[in-house]
Design a protein around this ligand. Structure first.
Ligand code: FEO
Length: 168
């Protein structure tokens, strides 16, 4: 059985994962109408889908542990970006925010001596390490490219390989 405090923290995390999915969906839709970045577009759509899976995993956990997962209302995310570099910088900042939020949940699980939730959250802790690392790699690459179109062409060509390599 989940304590009230844990349930609240996990429902807040459900909201944040849902919001992340929306944020990346907006990036995907924006990228889709930019010329020549089909793989960047695919990356954002895929990332949005992964966030939805993160949300669902939490929903099932809360409900299976005798709580009630609440589906959140969401604000409209940022719809357009000055550049691809800006979109990836926003992605990194967002992942850092998500990691902080997961850490808060872990803290609360320990305070409440809820070791099942603590154990469940370790998957998210590991996932956040991967996601932040991946976002940093992409930001570093975009930094190297600068404003060059040929660099962006290669970035788009390589992005799915880079993201798959990180998931293994
Ligand atoms: Fe589910 Fe990228 O945080």
């Amino acid at each position: 059985m989940l304590s009230k405090k844990i349930q609240e923290a996990l429902n807040e995390q459900i909201r944040i994962e849902a919001e992340s999915s929306q944020v990346y969906l907006a990036m995907a839709s924006w990228a889709e109408i930019q010329p020549g970045i089909d793989n960047v577009t695919a990356f954002f759509y895929q990332h949005s889908e992964e966030e939805r899976q993160h949300m669902l995993k939490l929903i099932h956990f809360v409900n299976e542990r005798g709580g009630f997962a609440t589906v959140p209302a969401l604000p409209q995310p940022q719809l357009t970006f000055p550049s691809i570099k800006h979109a990836f910088a926003a992605l990194l900042q967002h992942e850092i925010f998500v990691s902080e939020s997961i850490n808060k949940c872990v803290d609360i699980a320990l305070q409440e001596k809820d070791y099942a939730t603590h154990n469940f959250l370790q998957w998210y802790v590991a996932e956040q390490i991967e996601e932040e690392a991946l976002a940093r790699v992409m930001n570093d690459k975009l930094e190297l490219i600068g404003e060059e179109k040929s660099g962006l062409y290669m970035f788009d060509r390589d992005i799915l390989t880079i993201s798959m390599a990180h998931e293994q």
